[in-house]
Design a binder for this molecule. Structure first.
Ligand SMILES: Cc1cc2nc3c(=O)[nH]c(=O)nc-3n(C[C@H](O)[C@H](O)[C@H](O)COP(=O)(O)OP(=O)(O)OC[C@H]3O[C@@H](n4cnc5c(N)ncnc54)[C@H](O)[C@@H]3O)c2cc1C
Length: 384
């Protein structure tokens, strides 16, 4: 007979691991199925660091979710003893009318978030590694910083296991179908049934959610680590903020303080300059011209950063057309399936609150969190 669960979670990356934790914490009998091993580097939740911030230029509607996410990140650290968040402060830099600056200010003002506006000379005085142009400003947020993706996923898996969830790795779902009042899920090894299915597919959304009716674009992204000229001291988290820097052409680059010791430099990347790919065909080799383009770009903003090139890694964004998430009961299977996908390159800071929302939706069909922005109906492909 098929093993039976209350909820089966597909994908135990960032979002799925958090969902497995929140569901099992509420007493649900949970099975988690993951295509790869625990805390792997083949999806979207690896690379050592992710920016977190509250003055959210993407849309002020994200702010209440961020406030809750910060609380849950703290709980996660307390419950597991793992180091996850480093709130070293952050600057959103650009011209005053850039989306990065004006959007961050809009959220800060609308939600009364603590922040400071810095002109170019104040940026240079406070953060001597940064060399803004005279017409650039920054919104500084003391509660911005970074979270560690691998530690976050490991912590959620640890808690889910402790709470009785069955987590199966290297066991991808091959297909599923409606079954009685719930679902039946197939893998190469077994067949499982459950009252409800949660799908957190990351970059595999185009394959796993064909009937969602939402187009996704999977983008290859590259993260670069450089050894700063003169060493990491000025780049340590006690001296250096995270940053997102939008130039006059609208190109955004972002980076982190040095968090992994003097040999490992500091990480930097472009935000949204990827090429379209798939999880099967992604080019995992980072080419010399890409490294050079990143170094040239950063030398205009943080000249000491691109010293020796240390390493690079690839990762994938799963973009929706408007770069907002999709979190909902599945429109075609509203009784039995919840989806969390399309995190469009800015989802990690929300991982714990997404776990909470998904648990609400899976177990009760609704949530008190404001998720109107993430309704898949807004993106439904027009009929051919
Ligand atoms: C380079 C880069 C930088 C980023 N920077 C930031 C940042 O600074 N701040 C921020 O907030 N966000 C950032 N993001 C975005 C954030 O990391 C992602 O939004 C988040 O990690 C997505 O999590 P996920 O659970 O959707 O995907 P994943 O963590 O990839 O999880 C999906 C999982 O589904 C599994 N899976 C797929 N198919 C199956 C199947 N058939 N059966 C079972 N399992 C399956 C996969 O193996 C995978 O483990 C960044 C992303 C990238 C790539």
């Amino acid at each position: 007979m098929s093993p039976t669960y209350d909820v089966i979670v597909i994908g135990l990356g960032g979002m799925g691991s958090a969902a497995a934790h929140h569901l099992s914490a509420r007493g649900a009998r949970v099975l988690g199925l993951e295509k790869f091993g625990p805390v792997h580097n083949r999806g979207s939740s690896h690379g050592g660091s992710r920016i977190t911030r509250q003055s959210y230029f993407e849309d002020p509607a994200y702010v209440p979710l961020l406030l809750r996410s910060y609380e849950l990140y703290e709980e996660l650290e307390r419950a597991t003893g793992r180091e996850i968040a480093t709130l070293c402060g952050g600057v959103m830099v650009g011209r005053p009318d850039s989306r990065t600056v004006s959007g961050s200010l809009l959220s800060a003002e609308q939600w009364d978030l603590p922040h400071e506006m810095l002109d170019a000379s104040e940026i240079r005085r406070r953060f001597p590694t940064l060399t803004p142009k005279d017409d650039e400003v920054a919104l500084f947020e003391a509660r911005a910083g970074l979270v560690r993706p691998e530690n976050t996923v490991a912590a959620h898996l640890q808690l889910a296991t402790r709470q009785g969830a069955d987590l199966h790795f290297e066991e991808p779902m091959t297909r599923w179908e409606p079954y009685r009042d719930g679902v039946r899920v197939h893998t190469a090894e077994n067949t499982y049934t459950a009252a409800h299915l949660v799908i957190c597919p990351g970059a595999w959304a185009p394959q796993l959610l064909t009937d969602l009716g939402v187009p996704f674009t999977i983008e290859r992204q590259v993260m670069y680590w450089f050894q700063p000229r003169g060493g990491v001291q000025p780049f340590l988290p006690e001296n250096h903020p995270i940053y997102i820097w939008e130039d006059a052409a609208g190109v955004q680059a972002y980076g982190f303080p040095s968090i992994d010791g003097p040999e490992l430099g500091a990480k930097v990347a472009f935000f949204r300059k990827g090429v379209v790919t798939t999880p099967e065909t992604i080019d995992r080799t980072v080419h010399e011209d890409e490294v050079q383009a990143m170094a040239d770009h950063m030398s205009r903003h943080i000249p000491d950063l691109p010293g020796a090139f240390l390493k690079a890694a690839t990762c994938m964004y799963s973009n929706t057309a408007d770069e907002h998430f999709v979190i909902a009961r599945h429109p075609a299977h509203p009784e039995s399936v919840t989806v969390a996908c399309g995190f469009s390159g800015h989802g990690f800071k929300f991982v714990p609150v997404v776990g909470e929302i998904v648990a609400d939706l899976a177990l009760t069909g609704t949530t008190d969190h404001p998720i109107g922005l993430f309704d898949p109906h807004r993106l439904a492909a027009a009929p051919a």
